[in-house]
Design a protein around this ligand. Structure first.
Ligand SMILES: Cc1ncc(COP(=O)(O)O)c(C=O)c1O
Length: 482
C-alpha cells in the first residue's frame, strides 16, 4: 500500500495510506468506498488507534493500583464504551444519561464514577441505589445534597470530594476554574464529610483544564496528598482513591508537540508512592480519567465539497459538514483541524482555501486557511483528529441531521456504530407535545403536507392562511382524535 506523501505523514495517523490513484485509505479502506456506503458527512474511527491508546496509557504508569476511567462525555458512543470495557478501562460519567449508557455498554456499577457540578436528588438516589464506585461532590451544596439523599436511603453513599488548588505554571492557571471545593476551604469540606452519617469519603479528586505541562499533575497530587494527610491526622481516615482527572493533551491542528503520558508516567508514579509513604498512607488507587487522549486522534471527519467560490481574492470551498452539526471545535474552542485532500493526495498543493460549513451562518467556517491542491466540487476532504467532542457537542442547528459514525477495524472492515439522525429523532420533543409523533414512521412524514394543520394547532389560524388538508393520513387522524 503506498504511504502518504511526506508532508502529510504523522505518526498518530499510522492508519492512513493511499490507493494507487492517490485516494486516502483508512486501514486500507478507501474513503470513497466509505462515503459511498454511508454518505457524507461521516465520522470514521480507527479502532486499532483507540485500543492502542487505552493500552499505552495503562503502560505509561507502572503503578500497582492504577485505575483508568474513560471520560464518556468526549465521545459517548456505545461501541467505544464497549471497547473501553474490553480493554479493562472504567468509566467517568458526567450525568445519569452517561451512567445509563455505561450500563448499556456492560460496565458494572462499581466501575462507574459520577462527576459533575449539578446533580438532582433523583440523580444521586439513582446512582447510589445502583451502587456505583463513587459520586464526586463538587461543592458544599453537593455534599449536603448527597448527605440528604443518603439519609433518605438510610445508607452511606460513597463519595470523592473534588478539590481545586490554585495552580499557576507558565500560562496555565486554575484561578478561574469554577469546579470543586476551593483548596483554602478543604478542611471545612473534609470535616463535613467525616462528621456525616451518610457520606463515606473514599477519594479526593482534581481535574484541571487542558494540561500542556506534566508538572501540573505533580502539583495537584501534592495538594491532594496534603488533604489526605489532614484526614489521617484529624480522623485517622485513610483515603483510598486519588483521582487526577483527565486533560492530557493531544496533537491537532497547529499544536503538534505535546507530551505523552509515558513521558511523565514513571517519575509521577515514584512521586505518588513517595507522597503516600511520607504521610504513612497505605498506597491509594491512582485514578486518571482522560477522554480526548483516547479517541481524538483516531477520528477522521469525511466531508464532501459541494461548491467553490472565488471573491475578493479569497477561494472558498463549501462542504456538506458544518461547525454546528459535525465539527464544532472551531466554533467552541477556536481550534482548527488538519485537513487532507482525501481524493487528491498525490497532487501538489498550490491553493489556499477558506473552508465553510453548510449552514446559513457566516461564522460557520471550518478553517480560514487550508493549503491544498486545486480542489473540485465532489472531492472529499478528511478533517483529522476529530474523534472527541465532535459528535457529542454537535447540534441540529438548521435542523440538520448529525452525521453517522463508522468504526474501521485493523483489517479495513467498517461497521456502522451510530446512524445518521432522523427527522423523527429531531422533531420528537415537539411532535410528542402535539401528539403526532409516531416512532416508526419517518416516511409517513412525506404526507405531512396533507395534514389538517387546523386540527393540529387546535384551530389557531396562521397569518397567511393554512394549507387545508384534502385528507389527513390515517395515522395522524387517529393520533389527533385520541
Ligand atoms: C471531570 C472530568 N474528567 C475528565 C474529563 C476529560 O477531559 P479530557 O477529554 O480533556 O481528557 C473532563 C472533561 O471535561 C472532566 O470534566
Amino acid at each position: 500500500m503506498p504511504s502518504l506523501p511526506k508532508i502529510y505523514q504523522k505518526s498518530r495517523w499510522d492508519f492512513l495510506s493511499l490507493e494507487k490513484n492517490g485516494t486516502l485509505q483508512i486501514e486500507g479502506l478507501s474513503v470513497q468506498d466509505i462515503a459511498k456506503k454511508y454518505g457524507t458527512p461521516v465520522y470514521v474511527l480507527a479502532e486499532r488507534s483507540i485500543r492502542e491508546r487505552f493500552r499505552d496509557f495503562k503502560k505509561s504508569f507502572p503503578y500497582p493500583k492504577l485505575r483508568v476511567q474513560y471520560a464518556t462525555k468526549c465521545n459517548s458512543n456505545l461501541e467505544i464504551m464497549r471497547i473501553a470495557n474490553e480493554e479493562g478501562i472504567e468509566l467517568d460519567a458526567s450525568s445519569v444519561g452517561e451512567i445509563i449508557l455505561a450500563l448499556l455498554a456492560d460496565f458494572a456499577p462499581l466501575e462507574i464514577t459520577f462527576t459533575n457540578p449539578n446533580k438532582s436528588e433523583q440523580d444521586v438516589i439513582f446512582a447510589a441505589r445502583l451502587g456505583i464506585q463513587a459520586i464526586t461532590a463538587d461543592s458544599f451544596e453537593d455534599l449536603q445534597l448527597i448527605e440528604s439523599a443518603g439519609k433518605k436511603l438510610r445508607k452511606k453513599i460513597r463519595i470523592f470530594c473534588r478539590i481545586t488548588p490554585l495552580i499557576e505554571t507558565g500560562d496555565y492557571s486554575t484561578r478561574r476554574l469554577q469546579f470543586g471545593v476551593p483548596y483554602a476551604q478543604y478542611k471545612r469540606a473534609m470535616d463535613m464529610a467525616m462528621k456525616s452519617k451518610h457520606l463515606e469519603l473514599i477519594g479526593l479528586h482534581f481535574h484541571g483544564p487542558y494540561i500542556y505541562n506534566p508538572r501540573i499533575y505533580f502539583h495537584a497530587a501534592k495538594k491532594l496528598f496534603s488533604v489526605a494527610e489532614y484526614l489521617l491526622r484529624e480522623y485517622n481516615h485513610k483515603i483510598r482513591f486519588i483521582d487526577l482527572g483527565g486533560s492530557f493533551p493531544i496533537a491537532h491542528g497547529e499544536i503538534q508537540d505535546v507530551f505523552h503520558p509515558r513521558d511523565m508516567g514513571r517519575a509521577f508514579t515514584n512521586f505518588f508512592i513517595k507522597q503516600a509513604y511520607k504521610i504513612n498512607l497505605p498506597l491509594p488507587y491512582m485514578v486518571f480519567e482522560p477522554g480526548k487522549f483516547f479517541v481524538a486522534n483516531a477520528g477522521v471527519g469525511l466531508t464532501k465539497v459541494i461548491s467553490k467560490k472565488r471573491a475578493n481574492r479569497i477561494n472558498t470551498l463549501i462542504v456538506d459538514g458544518s461547525t454546528y452539526a459535525f465539527l464544532p471545535d472551531p466554533l467552541v474552542y477556536h481550534c482548527l483541524y488538519d485537513i487532507l485532500p482525501a481524493t487528491r493526495m498525490n497532487i501538489r498543493r498550490t491553493c489556499h482555501y477558506q473552508i465553510a460549513g453548510c449552514t446559513c451562518d457566516n461564522i460557520d467556517i471550518i478553517t480560514r486557511n487550508a493549503y491544498l491542491p486545486t480542489i473540485e466540487t465532489g472531492d472529499l476532504l478528511a478533517v483529522m483528529d476529530c474523534g472527541a467532542y465532535s459528535n457529542t457537542m454537535a447540534s441540529n442547528f438548521n435542523s440538520l441531521k448529525r452525521a453517522p459514525m463508522v468504526m474501521v477495524n485493523q483489517h479495513g472492515v467498517p461497521r456502522l456504530i451510530r446512524r445518521r439522525d432522523r427527522y423523527s429523532d429531531m422533531f420528537a420533543p415537539e411532535l410528542d407535545v402535539l401528539k403526532v409523533a409516531d416512532p416508526q414512521e419517518l416516511k409517513r412524514y412525506y404526507d405531512l403536507w396533507r395534514v389538517s394543520l387546523e386540527k393540529l394547532w387546535g384551530g389557531k389560524k396562521k397569518k397567511n392562511g393554512i394549507q387545508k388538508a384534502k385528507s389527513a393520513p390515517t395515522f395522524l387522524n387517529q393520533k389527533i382524535n385520541n
